[in-house]
Design a protein around this ligand. Structure first.
Ligand code: BDP
Length: 716
């Protein structure tokens, strides 16, 4: 072998073993591996023509050129007119005469404000691919969609795609603090470096906007719901403006969280009473000021009177009074107020499950037109499995926005592979029965049931300054999922997993089959080994890391796991039927029916809605204690198998990401075993029944598990 060849070979080996650090997310644009397809692509993609130059159009042009160069391993030229077959024409009817005269007006009409049309068409006798939209944002989404077709190795010779988002606001909620800590963040510190803003524009801000645009996200709340008023001061508004300027050409609007007591804290007022004229004036001026920095500012997200946050109830005013005061002040600028329904109070003795509904249903229809009420998917708090929130379908005159949690606060945090699409879909597909059978949560959210114009889905972001953005390489899939489902809640989990895996790892069928199954089962597995048959909120207090079902010493009752499982010598579970808290009454009869009788209850939610004796029989013949043992042991065993499965995928994955996932799966298996042992040993002190002999004995005593401490667990 010649010296040079050897050198090149060594270099190649080095590059392969070095692997990928994950920074490129699903936008890697690696060469198309299917050679037949590659030659079809090369034949059908030969030149690029875009509409008149603008910030967004330049982004579109660069993205298409970069993407195509990477995927097709060939530079296509940028032209002004169609000279050969295979021209890609990207633009709006306004920015491009070719698009304007292409005869696609009907399709464009169906694409609406933000949608896109991708169609194959003869122009000047040449076969072209048109990527178009009524707005540049639509074209941008279309460009990313087109690249996704290539990345996922789909046919492109006859394209007739019209796609419009089903949801208007597709947002990420960052729980990022000014000091760069991230509440419930498991991927390092905040990506916003407030100290160096506004002058220093980190490349990450641009890459963040690009990644979001690639999945249709069009809004970002950049600050924590547990808000800090400092963000509303001029020095910080300058910084927010700098970010907004970066995001704008990517079609992303900036939103902020508003601390309700800001008029006192930074305005020098004596009160923050929403009915006080001085307070109203203060917010009007503050909002006007914000719009001088950010003319397209999206609006405020507000957490009020929840978990100690200030709010209108401090002045005996309602949530509507608070929201409407801000809504009136922001209306002249077309901004909106997103008011959170995640409220519960320590002086409310009612089941926490019921409190938001009780507070908000009487306010149905009392909010201004530019207010949305943001409701978590379930009534407790982003649990691994939770019935849908009874507010969905209960406030028909008020647009409700879905709040999912993308960051895995209760689902293994930064160490677990848990694909969240099945969880999100489970909620979206749940039937509220509010307008009869088929009134799914998705239809409440997308406005079809009540004709709402304002619609939205938000996800609490899982992004930090870790090199791969999300910490766990597979956590990126959950960010991806949020965008895809907000665009269209009907997309299946299988499709999302498939797309993401193809773009993030490989298009090899053997890889895809195994890896997508791994993803699709993962949420079920974590439910099994952490919160089976309806158990919930039994995680470590404060940091929520790992199991702690024994905790009972917290100041507020609903901060204690014992509040949620109510395990004692008689049995286990939370009675939410008429004999208990009757939270079930908040659901429509059709929905209620599936849960109200302990003998017919969907067993996934048995202990969510019922307190049952230890010898209660399940449909499979096991009693509750045996079922808990079965679930915990099976779940932990399946978690172990996830690693074995991943290990079979070594040939398809670069070494760096392969090892990362493998090590994390080892941690996950250890954590699953810890969950199993700690929970069963604790519940055994109530049931006083033995762990069946076929199972291996827990490796430690209950005391050992109780004494574990995690003072520096992330995310607090
Ligand atoms: C809980 C989190 C807490 C958040 C709260 C919220 O533990 O950190 O502040 O939700 O959504 O899940 O406001």
């Amino acid at each position: 072998m010649k010296k040079n060849t050897l050198l090149i070979l060594c270099l190649c080996c080095f590059l392969i073993t070095k692997g990928e650090n994950g920074y490129d997310l699903w936008l890697r644009y690696k060469p198309v591996s299917n050679h037949i397809l590659l030659s079809v692509y090369r034949k059908n993609i030969t030149q690029l023509i875009t509409g008149d130059s603008s910030a967004t159009m330049n982004i579109i042009k660069n993205e298409l050129l970069t993407g195509i160069a990477g995927l097709l391993q060939t530079e296509i030229g940028y032209h002004h007119s169609v000279t050969r077959d295979g021209a890609i024409i990207a633009g709006t009817p306004r920015s491009s005469a070719l698009i304007r005269n292409a005869g696609i007006a009907t399709q464009l009409q169906a694409a609406g404000d933000e949608g896109f049309v991708i169609t194959t068409k003869k122009i000047n006798g040449k076969q072209c691919i048109l990527i178009s939209g009524n707005s540049e944002k639509g074209v941008l989404y279309g460009a990313f969609h087109f690249l996704r077709l290539l990345q996922t190795e789909q046919p492109i010779t006859s394209l007739h795609i019209v796609s419009a988002p089903k949801i208007r606001l597709r947002m990420l909620d960052h729980w990022d603090n000014p000091n760069r800590t991230v509440e419930r963040g498991y991927a390092g510190f905040s990506i916003w470096n407030w100290h160096t803003l506004p002058t220093y524009i980190d490349q990450r801000y641009i890459d963040y906007a690009r990644a979001n645009a690639s999945i249709g996200i069009n809004g970002t709340v950049i600050t924590n719901v547990n808000a800090n008023a400092v963000i509303l001061t001029p020095a910080y508004l300058e910084k927010v403006k700098a970010l907004a300027d970066v995001f704008r050409p990517y079609g992303i609007k900036v939103y902020l969280t508003a601390r309700f007591s800001a008029p006192i804290e930074i305005g020098g007022l004596k009160t923050a009473d929403p009915l006080d004229a001085g307070v109203q004036q203060w917010w009007r001026e503050k909002i006007k000021e914000i719009y001088t920095y950010i003319p397209d500012f999206g609006g405020f997200l507000v957490k009020a009177n929840s978990e100690g946050q200030p709010g209108p109830q401090d002045y005996k005013r309602s949530h509507a009074d608070g929201a409407n005061m801000l809504a009136d002040a922001i209306a002249p600028f077309n901004g909106i107020i997103i008011w959170r329904a995640f409220v519960y109070s320590h002086d409310n003795p009612l089941d926490r499950h019921k409190q938001a509904y009780d507070d908000f249903v009487p306010l149905n229809g009392k909010f201004r037109d530019n207010v949305m009420v943001q409701v978590k998917n379930g009534a407790i708090d982003f649990m691994p499995r939770e019935p849908f929130h009874p507010l969905f379908g209960a406030m028909p005159q008020t647009p409700l926005m879905m709040e999912f949690q993308v960051t895995q606060e209760y689902l293994g945090q930064g160490t677990s592979l848990v694909f969240l699409a099945p969880l999100f879909k489970e909620t979206l597909e749940s039937d509220t029965y509010y307008k009869g059978k088929g009134s799914t949560v998705a239809k409440v959210i997308d406005g079809t049931l009540d004709g709402h114009r304002l619609t939205g889905i938000a996800g609490v972001a899982n992004i930090g300054n870790d090199i791969n953005w999300c910490g766990h390489p597979f956590a990126q899939a959950n960010w991806y999922t949020l965008g895809r489902l907000a665009w269209d809640p009907a997309i299946s989990s299988e499709q999302i997993a498939g797309e993401w895996l193809r773009m993030t790892f490989s298009n090899q069928p053997d890889f895809l089959k195994t890896a997508s199954q791994l993803m699709l089962e993962s949420r079920d597995i974590i439910v099994q080994y952490s919160n089976p048959i309806g158990l919930h909120h039994i995680m470590g207090t404060g940091h929520h890391y790992g199991p702690a079902p024994w905790v009972s010493n917290q100041q507020r009752p609903e901060w204690n796991p014992v509040y949620y499982h109510k395990s004692d010598s008689n049995g286990i579970g939370f009675d939410r039927t008429v004999t208990g808290s009757n939270a079930l009454a908040q659901y429509y009869p059709g929905a209620r029916k599936q849960w109200e009788n302990s003998h017919t209850c969907d067993e996934k939610y048995l202990l969510w809605f019922h307190h049952v004796p230890w010898n209660f029989q399940l449909k499979n013949g096991r009693n509750v204690w045996e079922e808990l043992c079965f679930q915990y042991y099976t779940g932990a065993e399946r978690a172990g198998k996830m690693r074995d499965t991943w290990n079979t995928l070594r040939p398809f994955v670069d070494q760096q990401r392969f090892e990362q996932v493998s090590m994390l799966l080892k941690i996950q298996h250890e954590e699953a075993t810890w969950w199993r042992n700690a929970c069963l040993l604790y519940f055994q002190t109530c049931s006083r029944l033995p762990i069946p002999l076929q199972y291996e004995k827990p490796g430690h005593t209950l005391e050992y598990y109780k004494n574990l401490r995690f003072p520096y667990a992330p995310g607090i």
